[in-house]
Design a protein. Structure first.
Length: 343
């Protein structure tokens, strides 16, 4: 989900007739988004340490399934929702042409290129994915300020979340499986230093923003800001890649499912079974992706093509989200206001 900063503007408090539904919606949103964020942060590292236990492995598999494949599949709800089709038709390049091109292009490239090119492109994909997480963090914080009816995100606060996102990208590159098979081989120390420096900058921006944010007099708002800035800290805390990366990646997925539940609960789109089928397909694709990364090789052009097409499908999720959650667009603003009562 992209930034929802356009929504985070001061508003006059609604009248008594709308107060209760808005507050109920806001409380529910805050509870779910907190659980979605904190749960994976704590659960993934614990499950990694208990991985020898069969129940821990099964639970970790279930959490990863829901937080990864299902959240990507959930974004395709917008293609099924009649209320969203006007937006899709108004921007055919973004929502129709680019997705098809991404799937075809990545399939072809991964089918015919060398392993060095494939893994270099995979690192570019993972960097884009982490940037996508950062953009959602800005949106999460903007929605929190609306749910709390408090000060909108300030420029310094957005910069702090953004700097933390770049720290996450640099830290993630060190943990990525194919890292040593790309031009970044040998740059691990520099990437680690860059990640720490970027987080120091994020912390400085956070501290500088406190003077403005203190005027909100809302400790929950402050806690949400600190959580958004600290979202990628696992890449600096943990040594194993699963704890370092999946802890925040799965938190991102669960956060997204919270947003999509609010979007779909009042206006369920027809053909929901298609989303379940897509989620199953993406899960199989994700298992194939992890297997290929762990072996750092592609057995054939066909396996490379399947791998590339899967990445194209996930990147379509990035492109789709950057449009449907762009609430500077009046059409999308109205669409989301109808679904989030506290907006």
């Amino acid at each position: 989900m992209s930034s929802a900063v356009a929504l985070a503007t001061p508003q006059t408090a609604p009248g008594p007739s709308t107060e209760t539904p808005a507050r109920t919606s806001a409380r529910l949103f805050m509870a779910l988004i907190t659980l979605a964020t904190v749960g994976p942060w704590l659960a993934i590292p614990l499950l990694v340490r208990w991985h020898a236990h069969p129940d821990a492995r099964q639970l970790q598999t279930a959490i990863v399934f829901v937080g990864s494949a299902m959240h990507v599949a959930a974004s395709y709800y917008f293609y099924l929702d009649p209320a969203a089709r006007d937006t899709i038709r108004a921007h055919p390049r973004r929502y129709l042409q680019v997705p098809v091109a991404l799937v075809v292009l990545t399939a072809v490239v991964f089918a015919v290129s060398s392993d060095r090119v494939r893994f270099s492109l995979l690192l570019a994909y993972l960097s884009w994915q982490t940037y996508h997480y950062m953009r959602q963090n800005i949106g999460v914080f903007a929605f929190v300020t609306k749910a709390r009816r408090t000060l909108a995100p300030t420029t310094l606060e957005r910069y702090a979340i953004t700097a933390a996102g770049y720290a996450g990208i640099l830290g993630m590159l060190v943990k990525a499986a194919p890292y040593e098979k790309t031009p970044l081989d040998g740059a691990g120390g520099l990437l680690r230093v860059g990640s720490v420096v970027a987080y120091v900058v994020a912390g400085g921006l956070l501290a500088a923003s406190l003077r403005q944010s203190r005027t909100a007099k809302d400790p929950i708002r402050l806690a949400a800001l600190v959580a958004c800035v600290g979202f990628f800290l696992p890449v600096l805390i943990y040594h194993d890649p699963v704890s370092a990366v999946l802890s925040y990646a799965i938190a991102h997925g669960f956060q997204y499912l919270v947003f999509m539940w609010f979007v779909a609960r009042r206006h369920p789109a027809p053909g929901a079974w298609r989303l379940l089928a897509l989620a199953g397909g993406l899960t199989l694709g994700g298992a194939f992706l992890i297997d290929q990364m762990s072996h750092a090789t592609f057995s054939s052009a066909m396996s490379g093509a399947i791998f590339g097409a899967y990445l194209g499908v996930v990147m379509t999720h990035f492109v789709l989200d950057a449009g449907v959650w762009r609430l500077r667009d009046p059409r999308q603003r109205a669409y989301m206001k109808e679904r989030f009562a506290f907006l």
